[in-house]
Design a protein around this ligand. Sequence first.
Ligand code: MF3
Ligand code: CO
Ligand code: CO
Length: 266
Amino acid sequence: MQKRSKSDAIKIHDLDDFSRMRSAGRVAAQILDDITEFVFPGQLTSEIDRQINRMIDDAGATSATIGYRGYQHASCISVNHVVCHGIPSNKRLRFGDILNIDVTVIINGWFGDTSRMYIAGQPNRKSERLIQVTHDALMKGIEQIKPGNTFGDIGYAIQSYVESHRMSVVRDFCGHGLGKVFHAPPNVLHFGKAGSGTVLETGMFFTVEPMVNLGRAETKTLPDNWTAVTRDKSLSAQFEHSVGVTENGVEIFTLSPSDNFFPKVG
Ligand code: MF3
Ligand code: CO
Ligand code: CO
């Protein structure tokens, strides 16, 4: 996800571009399906990243994150109170850990960006609720996407749903336009006012990727300059889809081919 910054003109894509994004999104989503079996208590997050790197290679794709602003890994793996941009490391997952795995691939120059939650073993009731609310918040946001609605409608749907469950939406990071670039305008905020902001138009491509905390919304970035954590150390979750605005509504480019986007428990 993006640090918030000023936005600019939003590119409008044509039908051929939709099919290119479909291919890129499908590869990223398939990798998130296939990584599931490598997530278990005792596993190293660096090993998960190594497997992702191999899968990207096997798919004939390129990692968008390796070399991006000095980042050196094929994924971000954000465990428990890590909000986003967790760096794969030689730390072992422990029973009950919840983690987000975020992968962005490039296929023929087009970017597919998606992330989901995984559980090492079994979640406790609080982490299970957090994962459910975060997933449902993303889908509520996506339901707002159609020409004529606004980016504020997306943010409002996410924020109001999350806050109705007494959880908080992270303000420090947002979704982003993408296509033939990784991070393009606009900033897609996961909070806001209904009816505010830029009007959605057919052909816009962007991500929606809310981060939700069990505690307060504030984050801080660790001295490694990547890892963002909750200031109050509360648990955080995130789901991300890459989408396109269609004439009738929305196309999700990063749907799970095996319908595994929401983690199966047990
Ligand atoms: N995939 C992340 C996003 O959703 C960006 C990761 S950039 C990295 O926008 F360098 F941290 F990998
Ligand atoms: Co993204
Ligand atoms: Co991402």
